[in-house]
Design a protein around this ligand. Structure first.
Ligand code: HPA
Length: 249
């Protein structure tokens, strides 16, 4: 069964009915919110899980999210595949706010986060060469095609610590490293999903050109929360439509 972890701008799935709601207790403490089982009126016999990464209402900073509890809770509820929805800045100047991207690689620049289910004495070295599940990406691409929604396939997600945005030099470094997107919540979520044996993909919504990046044809300007919020508002309806299609498949 499919689960969605909603990021900034997606703390509730409007248009979906909540069929069940469970606050799961985990060995790592409480997840960000109750796990919702949701259904869509267009597909009454199908359901999926939904969890608000930053809590509902939005209140948990990226570095303070209990990623282990979130993944554990979804696994315990019976999820087999997780799609993380992430608001991101674009490092690649050919990307624009409201674009949707499915990265196929990531680089982890976060630090100090509880990032594994392994313990000091029980270690599992997961293969993480390809951090996102190719078949799940294909499923999203095909749902996007059938919904007439454009998604770009491929990209390198830079997971930064936040909560501040980056300096222009930091973004230049990420670009030199080969990153095309930057966000604060992609890790350790992806690695924990792999450790838990869950399929995982990240659906990224571009909400701003990253620091110092001038999107092609756009003026050079400071990143404001107002611009980010507008892009979230403009882009999230496609994300919701895509989720509805995926739930119905
Ligand atoms: N940097 C890091 N995380 C982000 C950004 C950004 O520019 N935009 C949205 N999440």
């Amino acid at each position: 069964m499919l689960a969605f972890i909603g990021g900034t701008g997606l703390t509730r799935l409007e248009g979906f009915e909540i069929l069940n709601e469970k606050l799961v207790d985990t060995p790592y403490g409480q997840p960000s919110a109750a796990v919702l089982e949701v259904g869509h009126s267009e597909h009454p016999q199908r359901s999926a899980f939904f969890l608000a990464r930053h809590g509902h209402p939005h209140g948990i900073a990226p570095h303070a999210v209990n990623y282990r509890a979130n993944i554990w809770a979804l696994k315990e509820m019976g999820a087999t595949a997780v799609i993380g929805v992430n608001a991101v800045g674009s490092v690649d100047p050919s990307l624009h706010p409201t674009d949707l991207v499915l990265p196929d690689q990531l680089i982890d620049y976060t630090w100090g986060r509880a990032s594994t289910f392994s313990t000091d004495s029980a270690v599992e070295h997961i293969d993480f060469s390809w951090p996102y599940t190719a078949s799940l990406i294909e499923q999203i691409v095909s749902a996007a095609k059938s919904s007439g929604i454009q998604v770009r396939q491929g990209g390198v997600y830079a997971a930064t610590q936040g909560p501040r945005l980056e300096t222009a030099a930091e973004i230049r470094r990420l670009a030199n490293d080969g990153c095309t997107l930057v966000g604060m919540t992609g890790m350790p979520e992806a690695a924990l999903a792999r450790e838990a044996g869950l399929e995982y993909a990240s659906l990224c919504l571009v909400v701003n050109p990253a620091a110092g990046v001038k999107a092609e044809g756009a003026p050079d300007r400071e990143i404001t929360m107002a611009d980010i919020e507008q892009a979230v508002l403009d882009g999230m309806s496609n994300v919701r439509q895509l989720i509805a299609t995926l739930v119905g498949e």
